[in-house]
Design a protein around this ligand. Structure first.
Ligand code: FES
Ligand code: FES
Length: 178
């Protein structure tokens, strides 16, 4: 079979039931999707399939004939070609060890594309709810996604711009001590 990844078509020799995650990392050398739980529970392997977030560890490669797979390598490249959500993560210090970051970025990018404009905190929390950050940096991650959706990706006033309005209650992100 053939697999289209980031606009390039690759012949695939792995067996049909091999996971997309394994094909990307082992056969194609595309390593931004990280290996976590391998059970669909952590989100770090998330890529886009025809624009929608999918857990690469759960998708058999044989089901992807004719589909367009996008990984972080296809989203934007440093230093000058970053996608808005990548710029916002950088400006807002939204990555610590970075292991969860590729999956977070892909899911966030899909959310912003779907919304076509500013997204609300609750939308971001819902979209990223299946993504585990062991560094627990959830607040800055959510802030960065909101900033990216507003086009506030390169500002010294990043933090100030994202503080809730006085009437807007702070939202506790479960699992985060931040
Ligand atoms: S490795 Fe795929 S969801 Fe955890
Ligand atoms: S930044 Fe380390 S796991 Fe999220």
């Amino acid at each position: 079979m053939e697999l289209n990844v980031n606009g390039v078509t690759h012949p695939i020799s792995s067996s049909p039931l091999t996971s997309l995650l394994e094909v990307l990392r082992q056969e194609l050398g595309i390593v931004s999707p990280k290996v976590g739980c391998r059970q669909g529970a952590c989100g770090t392997c998330t890529v886009l399939v025809d624009g929608e977030p999918r857990r690469a560890c759960l998708v058999a490669v044989a089901t992807l004939q004719g589909a367009e797979v996008t990984t972080l390598e296809g989203l934007g490249t440093a230093p000058d070609g970053l996608a808005p959500v990548q710029e916002a993560f950088h400006a807002g210090y939204a990555a610590q060890c970075g292991y969860c970051t590729p999956g977070m970025l892909m899911a966030a990018h899909a959310l912003i594309q779907r919304a076509g404009g500013p997204v609300y905190r609750e939308q971001v929390i819902e979209a990223l709810s299946g993504h585990i950050c062991r560094c627990t940096g959830y607040v800055k991650i959510v802030d960065a996604v909101i900033a990216a959706s507003r086009g506030q990706v390169d500002s010294a006033e990043f933090d100030q711009l994202l503080r809730p309005e006085p009437s807007e209650p702070e939202i506790e992100v479960k699992g985060s001590p931040a």
